[in-house]
Design a protein around this ligand. Structure first.
Ligand code: ZN
Length: 669
């Protein structure tokens, strides 16, 4: 019998093929020529039939298909551990996006990708599906590392680190696809981030580009219950149905998450051959929920496993992910027979490849497929002993006992990327050094920001800087009627009068030099809502939400009033109170709720606010009078302070009723 010459033969204790027969050869061997697998079978048969320039001895090892990571954001490895245990919106809007705006550049993406590639290779991943910015730089790093990947250029509706507008993103994406299409290992793709970060038009344009260029489309879909709720409210249907109606499923789609999908949506995913990436750690960490993995598998959805980005995982070890994927349905559905180890292993290999529309190339050890092969050391205490009762035992070991660190060798496209745990394509010490340097810069940025409420506020909104000087006087009143009557005097001109309900929440901090934050819900119940706009007809006022940063103040008494000087920034509050609480993390929080009759008055040509307040929280029986004015000028402040003294007299306020301080400080211990 003549033997056929090949490049490499790997021979080991067990070869797990993940072919459609579920063949496991023990002992087994894999013959590789160039980038392709030539033969897989019992060791004896392979060595009899093939001669190789290089024989890799894998005694005591399992030879398995390279693992497929279905959903990543690889440059985000540089954010590992930066901000954890937060809700998705606080994490994303409060930390990730401001830091991304500041730091994400082509070189950042290159370094982050190499760091992730090193981690993935060391834990047996040979193929991954990515979505991030500057994906061109990601591709260059992946090319160097030697991994196989689908790389998706992110498209979102707001400005991103690599594009001022979504049109720029689409243009970048088109150029990116043009550059990388046809690469043996890299598949460029279009990645509209999610339905809630895109518009219908963006989704249509992204889909059209993917179809036109015949590349995959990668999107986050139905990750949280909130996303589904919002979609039902805004689009009249859940996200999967909505994007299907927009025509998104015409191309080769890969959807990350699909945690909250109903039976109809599962049917749509299966019918349109949408690949789904289940990301158990990310879903657990962000408390997104439990994806209906068993239902999706039964419906025939191509379902893989992903780690998601390092900021929501925090590692990219597919062995951990497989184990979690196998355990979760058992616990959540009270049935230990669900998703046996073999199925979980399939999700991380052949099913994962199918979900990425790459199962013609990778995901199993079969002749004709690319040689994406991983060698796992089985000779460790945590993998001992092994039983030979059928083939199930090897899957149990790989899913429940093995760790990423058990991986010894990794080949992609027939090229060895790691041998005896030595990385051959990445200078890992250099990359780790660069990652540490970037982390130091990010650390400084956050450190400065964390110690300044203003920086934190600016990171989020665009606040307006208010006047430095505030002239203020406050007095206790038995009731409001007397003052109201006295306001009707010829020397005082009432410019505008409103009745409002104000709900203030103060965030206070142990270090007073940090200042404080006031979140105000201001609801006009009666009168003009804003300068110059006269409300007519049926009064329907929308409450205004503002966020005010009140800097530490210097106080000086002047005549009978007080002049305060302090920095003051106000922004429209676009997020919920809960969001700001979790973002600013105050040491204490106090509520002040008041009914306010507010008069804008002119006295001797100067404008003042006269407020008549009744507090319901903290409850107080009487009322308060406040006279206030603001200015940039200290001289002006002194002049106004004198006028406030005159006003107090005109309004008949006895000196002994004057009180100092802000409402919020009255009841503080
Ligand atoms: Zn993601």
């Amino acid at each position: 019998m003549t033997t056929q010459q090949v490049g490499i033969i790997l021979r080991g204790d067990v070869v797990v093929t993940m072919n459609s027969n579920g063949d496991v050869f023990s002992p087994g061997a894999v013959a590789i020529q160039g980038s392709s697998i030539v033969a897989v079978g019992p060791e004896e048969a392979i060595v009899a039939e093939y001669a190789a320039a290089e024989i890799v001895d894998c005694e005591g090892h399992a030879i398995i298909p390279g693992l497929v990571n279905g959903h990543t954001h690889v440059p985000m490895s540089l954010f590992r551990g930066l901000a954890d245990d937060l809700r998705l919106d606080v994490w994303l809007l409060g930390y990730m996006m401001p830091v991304e705006r500041e730091f994400v550049r082509p070189d950042f993406c290159r370094i982050g990708t190499l760091l992730s590639a090193a981690e993935m290779i060391r834990s047996g991943t040979t193929c991954f599906n990515d979505m991030y910015y500057f994906e061109d730089s990601v591709a260059e790093a992946v090319d160097q590392a030697g991994l196989r990947a689908i790389l998706g250029q992110t498209i979102v509706k707001f400005p991103s680190p690599d594009a001022q507008s979504y049109e720029d993103s689409i243009a970048y994406c088109r150029t990116f696809i043009g550059r990388w299409r046809g690469h043996p290992r890299i598949t460029p793709s279009v990645a509209p981030h999610a339905p809630y970060t895109c518009t219908a038009q963006i989704l249509r344009d992204a889909s059209a580009l993917a179809v036109e260029c015949d590349v995959p489309l990668h999107i986050h879909l139905s990750e949280t219950a909130l996303e589904v709720e919002d979609s039902k409210r805004d689009q009249g249907m859940p996200p999967v149905q909505w994007v299907e109606q927009l025509g998104l499923f015409e191309g080769k789609v890969i959807a990350a998450h699909c945690v909250h999908v109903d039976d109809t949506e599962i049917g749509l995913l299966a019918r349109h051959k949408v690949g789904v990436s289940h990301n158990p750690t990310s879903n657990l960490k962000l408390a997104s929920g439990f994806a209906p993995v068993i239902k999706m598998r039964h419906a025939g959805v191509a379902l893989g496993i992903g780690t998601d980005g390092c900021a929501s995982n925090n590692d990219q070890d597919m062995f951990e992910e497989m184990r979690l994927a196998a355990l979760l349905p058992k616990a959540t559905q009270g049935d230990p027979t669900l998703l046996p180890a073999r199925d979980a292993f399939a999700m991380a290999t052949i099913d994962g490849a199918r979900a990425l529309h790459l199962d013609n190339l990778t995901g199993s050890l079969e002749p004709g497929k690319r040689a994406d092969v991983v060698v796992v050391n089985l000779e460790s205490p945590h993998l001992t002993p092994r039983f030979a009762l059928g083939t199930h035992n090897i899957y149990s070991h790989l899913v429940y006992s093995a760790k990423g660190s058990d991986v010894r060798d990794v080949l992609v496209d027939g090229r060895c990327l790691m041998r005896d745990r030595n990385l051959l394509t990445i200078n890992v010490a250099e990359v780790m050094g660069q990652a540490r340097e970037l982390a130091r810069q990010i650390n400084d940025f956050i450190d400065i920001r964390e110690h300044s409420l203003l920086n934190k506020l600016i990171a989020l909104e665009s606040p307006e800087w208010g006047e430095t000087f505030e002239i203020q006087v406050k007095a206790r009143l038995p009731g409001t009627a007397g003052v109201e009557a006295r306001l009707n005097t010829p020397t005082i001109e009432i410019v505008r009068a409103t009745v409002r309900e104000q709900y203030d929440t103060y965030f206070l901090f142990r270090q007073p030099e940090m200042g404080s934050i006031r979140y105000r819900e201001d609801e006009v119940l009666q009168g003009q809502s804003a300068e110059g706009t006269q409300q007519t007809g049926v009064l329907q006022y929308v409450p205004e939400y503002t966020l005010t940063l009140i800097g530490p103040q210097r106080e000086r008494e002047y005549e009978r009033s007080v002049i305060l000087s302090r920095s003051r920034f106000t922004a429209k509050a676009t997020h919920s109170l809960r969001f700001y609480r979790e973002y600013f993390q105050p040491d204490t929080e106090h509520e002040v709720v008041k009914w306010r009759r507010r008069f804008r008055i002119l006295y001797k040509g100067e404008e003042f606010a006269v407020n008549l307040d009744r507090l319901s929280k903290p409850a107080y029986d009487g009322a308060f009078l406040e006279i206030k004015s603001r200015t940039w000028s200290q001289a002006d402040a002194m002049k106004k302070a004198a006028l406030v003294g005159e006003l107090l007299e005109l309004l008949g306020i006895p000196v002994e009723t004057i009180v100092k301080g802000e409402y919020v400080t009255f009841w503080l211990p």
